[in-house]
Design a protein around this ligand. Structure first.
Ligand SMILES: [Mg+2]
Length: 217
Protein backbone atom coordinates (compact mmCIF):
# COMPACT_ATOMS: atom_id res chain seq x y z
CA UNK A 1 0.00 0.00 0.00
CA UNK A 2 2.81 2.43 0.86
CA UNK A 3 6.18 2.31 -0.98
CA UNK A 4 8.34 2.52 2.13
CA UNK A 5 11.61 2.56 0.20
CA UNK A 6 10.56 5.96 -1.23
CA UNK A 7 9.76 7.48 2.16
CA UNK A 8 12.09 9.06 4.73
CA UNK A 9 9.62 11.27 6.59
CA UNK A 10 6.32 10.31 8.25
CA UNK A 11 4.18 13.38 8.95
CA UNK A 12 1.29 12.52 11.25
CA UNK A 13 -1.73 14.49 12.41
CA UNK A 14 -2.83 14.07 16.04
CA UNK A 15 -6.58 14.47 16.65
CA UNK A 16 -8.66 11.99 14.67
CA UNK A 17 -5.57 10.41 13.11
CA UNK A 18 -3.46 9.03 15.98
CA UNK A 19 -6.10 9.81 18.61
CA UNK A 20 -9.81 9.03 18.62
CA UNK A 21 -11.68 12.20 17.65
CA UNK A 22 -14.56 11.08 19.87
CA UNK A 23 -12.84 12.89 22.77
CA UNK A 24 -12.83 16.25 20.95
CA UNK A 25 -16.37 15.88 19.60
CA UNK A 26 -17.65 15.04 23.07
CA UNK A 27 -15.61 17.79 24.73
CA UNK A 28 -16.67 20.65 22.44
CA UNK A 29 -20.18 19.54 21.49
CA UNK A 30 -21.42 18.21 24.84
CA UNK A 31 -19.12 18.93 27.77
CA UNK A 32 -18.43 22.61 27.08
CA UNK A 33 -22.13 23.38 26.34
CA UNK A 34 -23.11 21.69 29.63
CA UNK A 35 -20.69 23.85 31.64
CA UNK A 36 -21.67 26.97 29.66
CA UNK A 37 -25.38 26.35 30.34
CA UNK A 38 -24.65 26.02 34.09
CA UNK A 39 -22.60 29.20 34.26
CA UNK A 40 -24.94 31.30 32.09
CA UNK A 41 -28.07 29.76 33.67
CA UNK A 42 -29.58 28.91 30.28
CA UNK A 43 -30.83 25.60 28.88
CA UNK A 44 -28.39 23.03 27.51
CA UNK A 45 -30.10 23.20 24.08
CA UNK A 46 -29.71 26.97 23.94
CA UNK A 47 -26.08 26.84 25.11
CA UNK A 48 -25.23 24.15 22.55
CA UNK A 49 -26.84 26.02 19.67
CA UNK A 50 -25.03 29.23 20.56
CA UNK A 51 -21.62 27.55 20.94
CA UNK A 52 -21.89 25.47 17.76
CA UNK A 53 -22.64 28.66 15.81
CA UNK A 54 -19.60 30.33 17.41
CA UNK A 55 -17.36 27.36 16.53
CA UNK A 56 -18.62 27.27 12.95
CA UNK A 57 -17.47 30.85 12.34
CA UNK A 58 -13.90 29.99 13.37
CA UNK A 59 -13.54 26.74 11.39
CA UNK A 60 -10.35 26.55 9.29
CA UNK A 61 -8.76 29.37 11.30
CA UNK A 62 -6.14 29.22 14.03
CA UNK A 63 -8.74 30.43 16.54
CA UNK A 64 -10.61 27.14 16.08
CA UNK A 65 -7.96 25.17 17.96
CA UNK A 66 -6.74 27.97 20.24
CA UNK A 67 -7.82 26.96 23.74
CA UNK A 68 -6.84 30.36 25.14
CA UNK A 69 -8.99 32.11 22.53
CA UNK A 70 -11.99 29.99 23.54
CA UNK A 71 -11.35 30.39 27.27
CA UNK A 72 -11.51 34.11 26.74
CA UNK A 73 -14.43 34.07 24.32
CA UNK A 74 -16.64 31.65 26.25
CA UNK A 75 -15.54 32.63 29.74
CA UNK A 76 -14.60 29.08 30.82
CA UNK A 77 -11.15 27.69 31.67
CA UNK A 78 -10.89 25.34 28.67
CA UNK A 79 -7.36 24.15 29.55
CA UNK A 80 -8.44 23.16 33.07
CA UNK A 81 -11.52 21.42 31.65
CA UNK A 82 -9.36 19.41 29.22
CA UNK A 83 -6.95 18.54 32.02
CA UNK A 84 -9.86 17.24 34.10
CA UNK A 85 -10.98 14.90 31.28
CA UNK A 86 -7.50 13.84 30.10
CA UNK A 87 -7.96 10.22 31.16
CA UNK A 88 -10.61 9.90 28.41
CA UNK A 89 -8.15 10.56 25.55
CA UNK A 90 -7.84 7.36 23.49
CA UNK A 91 -5.21 6.25 20.97
CA UNK A 92 -6.45 4.58 17.76
CA UNK A 93 -5.81 0.85 17.37
CA UNK A 94 -2.30 -0.08 16.24
CA UNK A 95 -0.73 3.39 16.61
CA UNK A 96 2.10 2.35 18.95
CA UNK A 97 2.92 -0.69 16.79
CA UNK A 98 3.05 1.55 13.73
CA UNK A 99 5.25 4.15 15.46
CA UNK A 100 7.64 1.39 16.55
CA UNK A 101 7.74 0.15 12.94
CA UNK A 102 8.64 3.66 11.71
CA UNK A 103 11.34 3.93 14.35
CA UNK A 104 12.82 0.53 13.44
CA UNK A 105 12.82 1.58 9.76
CA UNK A 106 14.71 4.79 10.71
CA UNK A 107 12.01 7.09 9.34
CA UNK A 108 11.86 10.60 10.75
CA UNK A 109 8.58 10.87 12.68
CA UNK A 110 6.97 14.31 12.81
CA UNK A 111 3.71 15.34 14.49
CA UNK A 112 2.02 18.08 12.46
CA UNK A 113 -1.07 19.43 14.16
CA UNK A 114 -3.49 22.34 14.23
CA UNK A 115 -3.99 21.65 17.94
CA UNK A 116 -2.83 24.28 20.43
CA UNK A 117 0.56 23.57 22.12
CA UNK A 118 -1.16 23.22 25.55
CA UNK A 119 -3.58 20.64 24.14
CA UNK A 120 -0.72 18.76 22.47
CA UNK A 121 1.18 18.67 25.75
CA UNK A 122 -1.82 17.33 27.71
CA UNK A 123 -2.64 14.65 25.12
CA UNK A 124 0.90 13.42 24.38
CA UNK A 125 1.67 13.21 28.10
CA UNK A 126 -1.53 11.33 28.78
CA UNK A 127 -1.08 8.86 25.91
CA UNK A 128 2.72 8.57 26.38
CA UNK A 129 3.27 9.10 22.63
CA UNK A 130 5.68 12.05 22.94
CA UNK A 131 8.95 10.00 22.94
CA UNK A 132 8.16 8.61 19.48
CA UNK A 133 8.42 11.97 17.72
CA UNK A 134 11.59 13.50 16.32
CA UNK A 135 9.72 16.81 16.14
CA UNK A 136 6.33 18.32 16.91
CA UNK A 137 5.00 21.22 14.86
CA UNK A 138 1.84 23.11 15.85
CA UNK A 139 0.26 25.37 13.26
CA UNK A 140 0.38 28.17 15.86
CA UNK A 141 4.20 27.98 15.53
CA UNK A 142 3.83 28.79 11.83
CA UNK A 143 0.94 31.22 12.20
CA UNK A 144 -1.24 29.47 9.60
CA UNK A 145 -3.58 26.44 9.84
CA UNK A 146 -2.73 23.27 7.90
CA UNK A 147 -5.58 24.03 5.48
CA UNK A 148 -3.36 26.77 3.96
CA UNK A 149 -0.75 25.87 1.34
CA UNK A 150 1.53 28.48 2.94
CA UNK A 151 1.60 26.39 6.11
CA UNK A 152 3.29 23.56 4.19
CA UNK A 153 5.85 25.81 2.56
CA UNK A 154 6.91 27.15 5.97
CA UNK A 155 6.69 23.72 7.60
CA UNK A 156 9.12 22.22 5.08
CA UNK A 157 11.53 25.09 5.68
CA UNK A 158 11.34 24.72 9.49
CA UNK A 159 11.34 20.91 9.67
CA UNK A 160 13.62 20.26 6.66
CA UNK A 161 11.64 17.31 5.39
CA UNK A 162 11.54 16.62 1.65
CA UNK A 163 8.02 16.71 0.24
CA UNK A 164 8.80 14.12 -2.46
CA UNK A 165 10.12 11.70 0.23
CA UNK A 166 7.25 12.22 2.70
CA UNK A 167 4.10 10.39 3.74
CA UNK A 168 1.41 12.51 5.42
CA UNK A 169 -1.63 11.03 7.18
CA UNK A 170 -4.59 13.19 8.28
CA UNK A 171 -8.34 12.75 8.85
CA UNK A 172 -9.22 16.13 7.27
CA UNK A 173 -9.69 16.28 3.48
CA UNK A 174 -9.16 20.06 3.32
CA UNK A 175 -5.80 19.64 5.02
CA UNK A 176 -4.83 16.80 2.67
CA UNK A 177 -5.82 18.95 -0.32
CA UNK A 178 -3.50 21.76 0.83
CA UNK A 179 -0.66 19.25 1.36
CA UNK A 180 -1.37 17.81 -2.10
CA UNK A 181 -1.31 21.27 -3.72
CA UNK A 182 2.02 21.95 -2.02
CA UNK A 183 3.40 18.68 -3.35
CA UNK A 184 3.64 16.22 -0.45
CA UNK A 185 3.92 13.03 -2.45
CA UNK A 186 2.28 10.29 -0.37
CA UNK A 187 -1.06 11.09 1.27
CA UNK A 188 -3.47 8.94 3.25
CA UNK A 189 -6.82 9.77 4.79
CA UNK A 190 -7.49 8.26 8.24
CA UNK A 191 -11.00 6.87 8.06
CA UNK A 192 -13.03 6.24 11.20
CA UNK A 193 -11.42 9.27 12.88
CA UNK A 194 -14.03 9.08 15.65
CA UNK A 195 -14.97 5.70 17.12
CA UNK A 196 -18.56 6.95 16.95
CA UNK A 197 -18.53 7.36 13.14
CA UNK A 198 -16.45 4.45 11.88
CA UNK A 199 -17.80 4.66 8.32
CA UNK A 200 -16.40 8.17 7.60
CA UNK A 201 -14.24 7.82 4.46
CA UNK A 202 -12.69 10.06 1.80
CA UNK A 203 -13.58 10.03 -1.90
CA UNK A 204 -10.42 11.96 -2.76
CA UNK A 205 -7.59 10.14 -0.98
CA UNK A 206 -6.82 6.49 -0.21
CA UNK A 207 -8.33 5.55 3.14
CA UNK A 208 -6.45 4.08 6.05
CA UNK A 209 -8.60 1.97 8.38
CA UNK A 210 -5.98 0.65 10.77
CA UNK A 211 -2.34 1.61 11.22
CA UNK A 212 -1.26 -2.02 11.29
CA UNK A 213 -2.43 -2.24 7.62
CA UNK A 214 0.62 -0.10 6.74
CA UNK A 215 3.16 -2.56 8.11
CA UNK A 216 4.48 -4.97 5.47
CA UNK A 217 3.64 -8.58 6.37
MG1 LIG B 1 -7.20 15.69 12.66
Amino acid sequence: MVPWAEIDFALLDMDGTLLDRYFDDYFWEEHVPQKYAEVKKISYAKARKKLLAMYKKEEKTLNWTDVLYWSDRIGLDIVAMKEALRSQVRVHVGVEVFLNFLRDEKKEIILVTNAHPRTVQIKLEQTQLLPYFDSVLCSADIGLPKEEVGFWRDAERVLRFKKERSLFIDDNENVLLAAHTYGIKHLLHKSGASSRFLDERSDLFPSLDQFTDLIPK
